[in-house]
Design a binder for this molecule. Structure first.
Ligand SMILES: N[C@@H](CCC(=O)N[C@@H](CS)C(=O)NCC(=O)O)C(=O)O
Length: 209
């Protein structure tokens, strides 16, 4: 199995962080330099179908893109620690929070960075108004997660799940759009510091040879 990765990009980081939480695994990491367009070459496009990382090549016929789909597949190979919920109730609750994180927080924050940071001008036709409205959207959404985290150690429940990895990765990336969790959101800040202190968080950002 090969994971096509790009060390500084946030969506591949989700998968690296997820794998590091799992511990031992048999995934070979192949780094692509998106700024050199290595994800746009013919051989990669023939496998992945889209110029996006991450992509997990599982055999000659199948390459999975979409970071969450990749992690779901990896969860079936490496079930512990569980990240997507165990029984029907927990799976639905974890999924609900994961979708809230993706749609309300991660997507807006990533768009805010893509449309504002000079380094990403190479990948995006930047529209300042898109950056501004998405930064405002992410800033509104973080309140929802702060409220949740007053009563819950992690976003989806009392243990880490995919929702936490997606949220923490997006918030960390959004520093590039000058986003930060406001001081008064004590619960969200407590959660975020705990997330970044996990050993797997460091594995998620550092390039592996
Ligand atoms: N929804 C996809 C998003 C994938 C994505 O946008 N990846 C970015 C890197 S974070 C990318 O490949 N960008 C290359 C480009 O924009 O040309 C996922 O979760 O994997």
């Amino acid at each position: 199995m090969k994971l096509y990765d790009s060390f500084r990009a946030p969506n591949p980081r989700r998968v690296r962080w997820f794998l590091a939480e799992k511990g031992d695994h048999k995934v070979e990491i192949v780094n692509l330099d998106v700024f050199k367009g290595e994800h746009r070459n013919e051989s990669f496009l023939a496998k992945a179908g889209l110029p996006n990382v991450p992509a997990l090549e599982i055999d000659d016929q199948t390459t999975i893109t979409e970071s969450v789909a990749i992690c779901r597949y990896l969860e079936s190979l490496y079930p512990e620690p569980n990240m997507f919920g165990r029984d029907a109730r927990e799976q639905a609750v974890f999924e609900m929070w994961l979708r809230r994180v993706e749609m309300m927080l991660a997507t807006p924050l990533m768009l805010a960075v893509r449309h504002s940071h000079p380094a990403l001008a190479a990948l995006e036709t930047q529209v300042p108004a898109i950056a501004e409205s998405n930064l405002a959207g992410g800033t509104r959404a973080i309140k929802v997660f702060d409220r949740r985290l007053r009563d819950s150690e992690f976003i989806a429940g009392d243990r880490i799940s995919m929702a936490d990895i997606v949220a923490a990765t997006a918030i960390d990336f959004s520093r590039m759009a000058k986003f930060a969790i406001p001081e008064e959101m004590v619960a969200a800040r407590r959660w975020y510091e705990a997330m970044l202190a996990r050993p797997a968080a460091a594995a998620g950002v550092k390039a592996e040879a």
